[in-house]
Design a protein around this ligand. Structure first.
Ligand code: NAD
Length: 447
């Protein structure tokens, strides 16, 4: 099948590469000439494990090409995927659909045959109706079916998620689209990935409901962590204890500094706005948004409290800047709010991230970036683990102790066990775990 993917960012590029890997003939389009030039040269504009290899293999096999020429790509395609950004609209938090609508307009004049236009971008309920209206208005003769097919991939595991999804949600209003979409996803369907067909407006809402639910689950355990600190319980055991209940499940129950990234913050906000517009407010989601916003900044105060008195003039070294490991995405990362909070208090901030330092420069200033954990820890008053990259899972605490001015380790991801860090003479602060870890004490007593 001939497929055009418009927008070659995280979602467009990964989708395009995977469709090509299924055996389809794919053209990835982007209006950013630099991005297309770099993709043509085999250089990935984003960090995503396995992507470079997959793009190289499929480009070589002539199944994957990159272009800025939307007209040519659309005129040849049987299915056109729209995968451009839908950021928060400045000022009101609604999803900014201007990129989606601009693409719809551009697509319209280039439709040559029956074409399925698929919105893969995360878009509010009713966007498919508007995309269809725009195309029909621009080109009344266009034979199209507009479909919703939201994407659920996670950055850092994008290829795995795309190729082994829990489900593929497809919202259709025209039966002809069912056949085309089944053909597009046939290789996954054969692998028994459930293909769920529903109405277009329902499909659009499923994506937001999924993200809001996951954001709520994270926020629930984060608040529970605060309660654990207050009452002397261990949030990891609480998470384990409830996660074993199949009705709850263990995923997304890791307490930390709050969710970030390019999706949850903007999608929860957009859903709240849609719900308000329709007079059916989602109070749980509204509270999730507010609690999470406050939490990121509260983490800076937590670090300050751990340091003790005033952070003015203190040097704080941060491990990790990206909103999660295995991505270079810094958007809405808790690290940004933590850095700003510490700097507002007068601290000097240093940071190291395996992939995110370049991107971080656009969001923070006056941060001294280093080449590894030990370089930034040298002479620091506190070392703070913000993002749980694998590179930070086996730190040499003996070496760190010899380098740091004060042996203070703040673990905002609960990667370490208190006694392991304390053994090296560090003061250890984590999230939602008691000072004396009873689980460890019991295990030690039993030995
Ligand atoms: P992105 O910003 O990485 O990529 C968007 C791309 O679209 C950019 O390269 C941009 O140059 C291009 N573009 C914009 N206007 C264009 C036009 N008129 N013609 C051609 N190209 C154009 O965005 P992303 O992270 O891939 O997200 C895309 C959509 O997918 C969003 O709606 C997002 O919410 C959704 N989504 C993202 C993820 C994720 O993990 N990043 C996961 C699921 C869904």
């Amino acid at each position: 099948m001939r497929i055009a993917v418009v927008g070659s960012g995280y979602v467009g590029l990964v989708s395009g590469a995977c469709f090509a890997d299924f055996g389809h003939e794919v053209t990835c389009v982007d209006s950013n000439q630099e991005k297309i030039a770099s993709l043509k040269a085999g250089v990935m504009p984003i960090y995503e494990p396995g992507l470079e290899q997959m793009v190289a293999t499929n480009t070589k096999a002539n199944r994957l090409v990159f272009t800025t020429d939307l007209a040519e790509a659309v005129s040849r395609a049987e299915a056109v995927f729209i995968a451009v950004g839908t950021p928060s609209r400045r000022g009101d938090g609604h999803a900014d659909l201007s990129y989606v609508y601009a693409v719809a307009k551009e697509i319209a004049g280039n439709i040559q045959r029956f074409t399925v236009v698929v919105t893969k971008s995360t878009v509010p309920v009713g966007t498919g109706d508007e995309v269809e209206r725009i195309i029909r208005e621009e080109n009344p003769a266009a034979d199209i079916a507009v479909v919703s097919n939201p994407e659920f991939l996670r950055e850092g595991a994008a290829i795995e998620d795309f190729k082994r999804p829990d489900r593929i949600v497809i919202g259709i209003e025209d039966e002809r689209a069912r056949e085309v979409m089944t053909e597009v996803y046939r290789p996954l369907y054969l692998n028994k990935a459930p293909l769920m067909f529903t109405a277009r407006r329902t499909s659009e809402l499923i994506k937001y409901a999924a993200n809001a639910y996951l954001a709520m689950k994270i926020t629930f355990i984060n608040e529970m962590a605060d309660l654990c600190e207050a009452v002397g319980s261990n949030v990891q055991d609480v998470a384990h204890g409830i996660g074993l209940d199949k009705r709850i499940g263990s995923k997304f129950l890791h307490a930390g500094p709050g969710y970030g990234g390019s999706c949850f913050p903007k999608d929860t906000l957009a859903l709240v706005k849609t719900a308000q517009d329709y007079g059916s407010p989602l109070r749980l989601v509204e509270t999730t948004v507010a609690v999470n916003d406050q939490r990121k900044r509260a983490m800076a105060r937590k670090v300050a409290r751990a340091i003790g008195t005033d952070v003015r003039g203190k040097t704080v070294a941060l491990l990790g800047l990206t909103f999660k490991p295995n991505t270079d995405d810094i958007r809405e990362s808790p690290a940004i709010a933590i850095i700003q909070g510490l700097q507002d208090g007068g601290a000097h901030v240093r940071a190291f991230d395996p992939e995110g330092m370049e991107a971080a420069k656009a969001y923070v200033s006056d941060v001294a970036f280093g080449g590894d954990a030990y370089e930034i820890a040298n002479g620091a008053d506190a070392l703070v683990l913000v993002t749980e990259w694998d590179a930070f899972r086996a730190l040499d605490f003996t070496r760190l102790k010899s380098l740091m001015k004060e042996a203070l380790f703040v673990d905002l991801r609960n990667v370490y066990r208190r006694e392991v860090v304390a053994r090296h003479g560090f003061r250890y602060v984590s999230v939602g775990r008691p000072k004396e870890d009873i689980t460890v004490a019991l295990a030690t007593a039993a030995e």
